[in-house]
Design a protein around this ligand. Structure first.
Ligand code: HAM
Length: 440
């Protein structure tokens, strides 16, 4: 019996592959528009790269094993440690700030569910070597512009932004001690996905008073920066973070993305290494999991590579994004149907078909023909089911005069669709078609 793919792994038949390629194309286009350059690293890394810094959740999900040389290795569950390692290794030689992007396939042994698989492709965009909020704004603008490029609007997608330093200062004011912070961050990270009583219980188990827990919940309630300043602005550490976030907002407005963005202190990010502004993109109706997540991780290069460079970045997966695009009817992409089907007329010769196809292909068109002699009506049916746009018939007069007959098989929106209109006034020869193909 034929076996399916492993749970959480995908087969990409041409329709699915076309969607994956479409997502990758938009990712690359927008990243390049912001002048990021592409890199890649190995899919298999030393296990240690993740156990040191990524945080317990990701480490529990590792695909790891001992290789035949006795090395402890893991399939990459995320790209950030590889990036940090690569940049740290050449820190002096690289032009700063480093503006790099990558499209790795990542592997996490997660429970398979909506929006979560055991492999996914993830756009990573990172800036290394700039500590100012200008870089935070530039980074978020890339993620949001990608949404726009897919045809989504601020009504479809929200960018929820927070700042771990601000949250830490606020929690300190509520009496949460440094040693409780990582665990409290963990509870806040899950606050939306679990009942309030559960969060309160966990907080109280950590020694957080019920009064502080109530204040903490009130912080998660869509506060504005003004409201925060009115309540807590007399604490210098908090006032400083608020001023920084205000600058951030100003730059986001300059970059044309402010209307997508909202402050949301429940965003802390699951990964351990974030240090500053963090964000996640969600569909506005709250039907799907996070589309994208990222933020500042100023200490990771130092702890992984001994180089003290500030850094920030995000990861955007193809799974949730694909689900959202499908739900909004925005993922109907062609699988790469041929421009032309070349057919032999009843008096035609298959070898003339090949000659004609070759010339069209050299001109840049995609061309298919029947690989065995067939009746004209069969060839027409085949052209239709292949999704070809034009049907070229080659008859006995092709060899001498290059003349052919062209019909539209199906109307396809786009550049080539006007070809038939233009051909109406043209002599119907292969040369004239090729001239038009070169023109498009
Ligand atoms: P992350 O939040 O773990 O961050 O993943 C980023 C995005 O990847 C998620 O929002 C989600 O869309 C997608 N994703 C993650 N896990 C899965 C999964 N099992 N199945 C499908 N999609 C998934 C990071 O990985 C950080 N390293 C991102 C980053 C880059 N931070 C700084 N630079």
């Amino acid at each position: 019996m034929a076996q399916g793919a492993l749970p959480g792994f995908r087969d990409f038949y041409p329709t699915e592959f076309a969607q994956r390629a479409y997502i990758a194309r938009i990712w690359r286009d927008v990243a390049r528009r912001y002048a990021f350059v592409e890199y890649d690293g190995p899919p298999l890394e030393p296990l240690e790269l993740y156990t040191r810094k990524s945080g317990d959740e990701i480490v529990a999900q590792l695909y790891n094993f001992t290789d035949k040389g006795g090395r402890e290795v893991a399939l990459r569950p995320e790209m950030t440690p590889t990036l940090a390692r690569m940049v740290a290794a050449r820190a002096n030689a690289l032009r700063k700030p480093v503006r790099w992007f990558s499209l790795p396939q990542l592997f996490r042994y997660e429970r398979q569910q909506k929006g979560r698989l055991r492999e996914h492709f993830q756009l990573n965009v990172d800036i290394i070597g700039e500590s100012g909020v200008t870089a935070d704004a530039e980074l978020l603008a890339v993620a949001i512009d990608i949404m726009r490029e897919f045809g989504l609007s601020p009504d479809d997608v929200r960018a929820r932004v927070s700042d771990r330093r601000l949250l830490r200062a606020l929690l300190e004011r509520l009496g949460v001690g440094d040693e409780q912070l990582p665990a409290v961050f963990g509870i806040i990270d899950k606050i939306e996905r679990q009942p309030r009583e559960v969060s309160v219980e966990k907080l109280s188990a950590l020694g957080v008073s019920s009064e502080s827990a109530d204040s903490l919940f009130s912080l998660m309630d869509g506060l504005t920066l003004d409201a925060l300043r009115a309540r807590f602005g007399d604490t210098p550490a908090i006032a400083e973070r608020i001023a920084d976030l205000e600058r951030y907002y100003t730059y986001l407005a300059d970059l044309g993305v402010a209307e997508w963005v909202q402050l949301d202190l429940s965003i802390v990010r699951g990964l351990a290494y974030y240090t500053g502004i963090v964000f996640e993109l969600f569909d506005a109706r709250g039907e799907f999991r996070a589309i994208c997540g990222g933020g500042r991780y100023d200490n990771l290069l130092k702890s992984l590579g001994g180089v003290d460079l500030p850094a920030l970045g995000f990861g955007m997966g193809d799974v949730v994004l694909g689900e959202l695009l499908r739900a909004r009817g925005l993922s109907d992409v062609p699988i790469g149907e041929p421009d032309f089907w070349v057919a032999a007329a009843e008096d035609g010769d298959l070898r003339d078909v090949m000659l004609a196809a070759t010339q069209l292909r050299r001109a840049g068109a995609s061309v298919e023909y029947a690989l065995r002699p067939q009746t004209l009506s069969k060839q027409r049916k085949a052209a239709f089911s292949a999704g070809a746009t034009y049907f070229i018939t080659v008859g006995a007069d092709f060899a001498e005069r290059g003349s052919v007959q062209v019909d539209e098989v199906q109307h396809v929106e786009g550049a080539g669709a006007s070809l038939v209109d233009r051909l109406e006034e043209m002599p119907k020869t292969l040369a004239s078609i090729i001239a038009l193909v070169r023109d498009v």
